[in-house]
Design a protein around this ligand. Structure first.
Ligand code: SAM
Length: 530
């Protein structure tokens, strides 16, 4: 290639569309301490040019912001990569970034996503440039983030030993990048980056927490700056434009609204617990559906929220606290170990079972396409099928257990999976038991067009949501005990039922007549033949 380093560097760098992220914004970072003095000096041999004070100060602030953003991003990236490698993710990229411990969420999110996008390239060039020696291996995630940021991001570089390491090797790395482009016959580094990241923007859904506020007052407040609509299916659900960022909005931090997807909210609504009932949320963390149940019950009655994982139980408790619900008891334990014949559960009337699943219905939202396992194509391998087999065995056990509670009238089984093995097959396998215990499948949201895959008679009662509907891929099955369903018919006078239950019942009654027209509508859209 033989061109001078600076010119050469420019030729590669300028062919890269610099991704824009606002790690430099410094939002929320004003109170942070500066990096250690010895980590912040101008590159050797180049005295800082004389600059007006204000420009120096703003450069210092930018460096400080970049320094901290890279370290926050590296901590998240470490958890993401370890979870992906062990296939036991501690959470999605988003949930890790939006955990309370991350201060500059927006910058961290952008840096993590961009670093993941460039990771295969970074690994290769850092290895060939001899940067990742055993000494630096311990900080490899920080090296990836910093290398991404300096090479393709914002170039604010001077502070921190890892920043200096990358600056020291920058020319060699750019050289390796140039060679890589030549070898792969592409014009720019951007052409080397995975293009699988096209996520179709979805509306921003949010659920109003009616334990703390009213839907009308939230609309009034949000309307000042956002376009807000009421959802036509889920009560107290609002729809905003895609990309509306409300993570730091006081309505969210105060627990007045929850940033919860529409499909996820349909689960608790399908269970439709009455105020005053005793309800179990069997696999509860992080608790979005638990607190939704509490809101639907107007905070009356009691909810037992069971969660196996200790750390996630803490998150569940945090969610409950944020919601203001005070009728929820948490159990850190195995739902399968709860004795359904224990007198303390004799009055449980509804169970929501949203067990661990493959999450294949939310893989796009979870940004799984950015993970190394995805680019290796691990999704199709034998370990995935074995994982799904294990999951569905647990799901079957848990669903059978839920049906075994003596007074339970309504059981909702839900997943965020698109796999038949975790959905229709699980339901089908428990049908004989369900029927022997007096349960039958009921039809949640009868007006909803997309139903279960037609793999057994009765699967039309099941509900699926799909990215085609602009939603995540969810699955909902509702079991109702026949005696309870009969008692709920209007002929009993409908004593003491809430307006919502009555509305819902009339929906169920209307099902038969609706069904024919709906099936005709569905068949024209090809839903059954997917
Ligand atoms: C899909 S998540 C539940 C999400 C939750 N319903 C929500 O909407 O926020 C499944 C949860 O079940 C927990 N879990 C898995 N096996 C369990 C078991 N045997 N008993 C109780 N919880 C379990 C997992 O740790 C995980 O937190």
């Amino acid at each position: 290639m033989g061109q001078p380093a600076a010119q050469h560097q420019q030729s590669v760098q300028h062919r890269v569309t610099r991704p824009r992220h606002d790690a430099n914004s410094g939002a929320g970072r004003g109170a942070m301490p500066p990096p250690s003095k010895n980590g912040r000096h101008a590159p050797a041999g180049r005295p800082p040019p004389a600059q007006p004070r204000r420009r120096m100060a703003s450069r210092d602030a930018a460096e400080r912001a970049a320094f901290f953003a890279r370290r926050e991003a590296a901590a998240v990236l470490r958890r993401v990569l370890r979870g992906d490698a062990s296939r036991r993710a501690a959470g999605s990229i988003k949930s890790l970034v939006y955990s309370p411990s991350v201060r500059n969420k927006r910058a961290t999110f952008a840096l993590v996503c961009q670093t993941l996008k460039y990771l295969p390239i970074l690994k290769e060039v850092l290895a060939s440039s001899g940067v990742l020696t055993s000494k630096w291996k311990k900080q490899e995630e920080l090296i990836y983030v910093t290398a991404y940021d300096i090479l393709f991001g914002q170039e604010t570089a001077a502070s921190g030993s890892v920043e200096q390491l990358i600056m020291l090797h920058k020319d060699t790395i750019m050289d390796a990048l140039e060679k890589m482009c030549l070898r792969r016959k592409v014009h720019s580094v951007e052409d080397l980056v995975s293009k699988k990241s096209t996520v179709k923007p979805k509306p921003r859904f949010l659920r109003v927490n009616t334990l703390r506020t009213t839907t009308d007052s939230v609309i009034e407040e949000l309307n000042k700056i956002h376009k807000v609509d009421k959802d036509d299916v889920v009560p107290d659900m609002l729809v905003l434009l895609p990309g509306t960022d409300l993570h730091n909005h006081h309505l969210v931090t105060d627990g007045k609204v929850f940033l919860q997807g529409k499909a996820s909210c349909m689960v608790a609504v399908a269970l439709c617990p009455k105020p005053g009932w005793k309800v179990i949320d069997a696999c509860a963390a992080p608790g979005n559906k638990t607190v939704h149940l509490a809101a639907l019950m107007n905070g009356e009655g009691s909810i037992i929220a069971c969660e196996l994982n200790k750390e996630r139980t803490k998150t569940l408790q945090h969610t409950i606290q944020r919601s203001g619900a005070n009728n929820i008891e948490t159990i850190n334990g195995d739902f399968l170990d709860i004795d359904s014949n224990d007198p303390s559960y004799a009055e449980v009337r509804a169970i929501l079972l949203d067990p661990s699943c493959s999450g294949s219905g939310i893989s796009t939202e979870r940004l799984d396409h950015l993970l190394p396992s995805h680019s290796r194509g691990d999704q199709d391998d034998a370990s995935t099928s074995s994982r799904i087999r294990k999951l569905s065995a647990f799901q079957r056990k848990a669903l059978s257990h839920a049906l075994s509670f003596p007074s339970v009238e309504r059981v909702v089984y839900s997943t965020c999976s698109i796999h038949q093995a975790e959905n229709e097959d699980v339901v089908n396998s428990v049908l004989p038991l369900a029927s022997s215990l007096g349960f039958e499948l009921a039809t949640p949201f009868p007006q909803w067009c997309r139903r279960g895959l037609p793999v057994f008679e009765g699967s039309e009662h099941l509900l699926r949501t799909d990215p085609e509907d602009g939603l995540e891929g969810f699955f909902i099955a509702l079991f109702v005990r026949k005696a309870a369903a009969d008692a709920a018919k209007p002929s009993n006078g409908g004593l003491g039922v809430s307006k919502q239950v009555r509305r819902r019942r009339s929906g169920l009654m209307a099902f038969s007549s609706l069904r024919l027209s709906r099936m005709m509508l569905c068949s024209t859209r090809g839903v059954w033949g997917r």
